[in-house]
Design a protein around this ligand. Structure first.
Ligand SMILES: [Zn+2]
Length: 441
């Protein structure tokens, strides 16, 4: 561990603490992986203990908590652009699942994850919640690359490259859950893919394991109107009602998408403390519907933000996702005050951290938390002048203005350059995969 102090001196410090304080000319003192102190920048030089500290001046910058991407399928970045302009069912069943069956293997997972890690760090994301095959490989890559990751222990009824049936997925899920305890940057969720791909038997076991191990359950739920209509036709009940019967509606459930919700269901979400992940760009691109974010927020439901995978977005840019989420909520609710800049930043930081069970560790800049931090340079024309740095981040900035990133105190991006990842090699591997995959498309 590095015992030397690292001190960051931004123009604006966006804490995202409970009072949502934005501090001018403050310094953040980091020791090892932790935030040790916040103090007025002028006082740094008065304190003897900081005489030998590494000091990084960020005179035109806002320093904010690293962004938390609460739903993605990281390694699918190697399928970016293979099937566009299609509805969800056609896209998934006729394009994505066949391509996965043919190409996904441990090397694909590792190379795809590296591509996504490079993209995410470059654009200010320091933590991602993943759901994909080979979560053991994802965990190993995440720890090696130094990006905080919550791996989804995927469960399906049908066979895939990773497991042969629900029992096999569950067995592997528990094994990976044990294996990743060695990794400081990795946690896990149980990740049944969706109500229409996982039957009651495995879902009952997942509810039991979630309760016993206090593990979140990460699942696509009510992604489209047709998913809900089909379930009603087949079984007479809506998917959320079925999950309720299976004892899955509780604060451990991280329900992704939620575009189809009636008043009774919103009441149940509020009563049971379910977490919701909004993926506006994926929902818009697949014409899946719109999550009623403003209504959920008004009811005190914790709404987080995710990009979904790069095959349906088609990138992992959380700044663009934030702007989209804010604008869509205003348009959908007919209320320009809905999903304001503060709420949008919270969705992309502390709300995601809380949903993932990491609310005490990341998601805000507070003493004792991990130093997962992002600096943006606001000196460019598109973000000048600065009346309000919070509004600037949501409505005017773009991810190319991210200049520095730290994860657990480790510098991952310095002056716009990745510190620990070989971007040229990563892109070279992605191009070789595209050469192979494109021959079969
Ligand atoms: Zn998804």
């Amino acid at each position: 561990m590095n015992n030397k102090y690292l001190i960051l001196k931004p123009k604006w410090l966006l804490t995202v603490n409970p009072a949502f304080e934005v501090l001018d000319d403050y310094a953040v003192v980091i020791k090892g992986s932790c935030i040790q102190s916040l103090l007025p920048a002028a006082e740094v030089h008065e304190q003897d203990q900081y005489r030998d500290a590494d000091i990084i001046e960020l005179p035109d910058h806002v320093l904010m908590p690293g962004l938390v991407n609460s739903h993605t399928h990281a390694s699918m970045s190697l399928f970016r652009g293979i099937a566009d302009d299609l509805a969800l069912t056609d896209w998934l069943k006729n394009h994505i699942w066949p391509a996965e069956a043919q190409w996904v293997d441990p090397q694909f997972i590792a190379d795809g994850f590296q591509l996504t890690a490079a993209e995410m760090i470059r654009s200010g994301t320091t933590c991602l919640s993943d759901m994909y095959f080979y979560p053991d490989i994802v965990a190993r890559e995440a720890q090696n690359l130094g990006i905080r990751t919550v791996v989804g222990l995927i469960v399906l009824d049908f066979p895939s490259v990773w497991a042969k049936d629900a029992e096999d997925y569950l067995h592997k899920a528990l094994a990976v859950h044990d294996e990743i305890k060695q990794y400081s940057l990795v946690r896990s969720t149980l990740a049944p893919h969706a109500p229409y791909t996982v039957s009651d038997g495995p879902l009952k076991k997942i509810a039991m394991y979630s309760n016993e191990l206090d593990l979140p359950v990460h699942m696509h739920v009510h992604e489209t109107a047709s998913e809900v209509a089909e379930a009603e036709n087949n079984s007479g009940s809506r998917p959320l009602d079925r999950l309720d019967q299976l004892n899955l509606l509780n604060p451990n459930l991280i329900a992704v998408h939620m575009t189809e919700l009636n008043a009774f269901e919103i009441d149940r979400l509020a009563e049971t403390g379910v977490q919701v992940v909004h993926c506006p760009q994926s929902n818009l691109k697949l014409a899946s519907g719109v999550c009623p974010v403003a209504e959920l927020q008004d009811r005190g439901i914790n709404v987080c933000l995710g990009t979904d995978g790069a095959a349906s977005n088609n990138n992992h840019d959380m700044f663009s996702e934030m702007k989209c989420a804010a604008l869509l909520a205003k348009s959908a609710s007919g209320n320009a005050s809905a999903c304001n800049a503060i709420q949008t930043i919270q969705m992309a930081t502390i709300n995601g951290a809380k949903a993932l069970g990491l609310g005490d560790i990341i998601g805000s800049i507070e003493v004792g938390k991990q130093a997962d931090l992002v600096a943006l340079n606001l000196s460019q024309a598109n973000t000048q002048p600065v009346y309000d740095p919070v509004a600037q981040l949501v409505y005017a900035a773009n991810s190319q203005q991210v200049s520095h990133v730290w994860i657990a105190g480790e510098c991952q991006l310095r002056d716009y350059q990745l510190s620990n990842l070989d971007q040229d090699a990563i892109i070279g591997k992605a191009q070789s995969w595209a050469d192979k995959v494109s021959k079969t498309q």
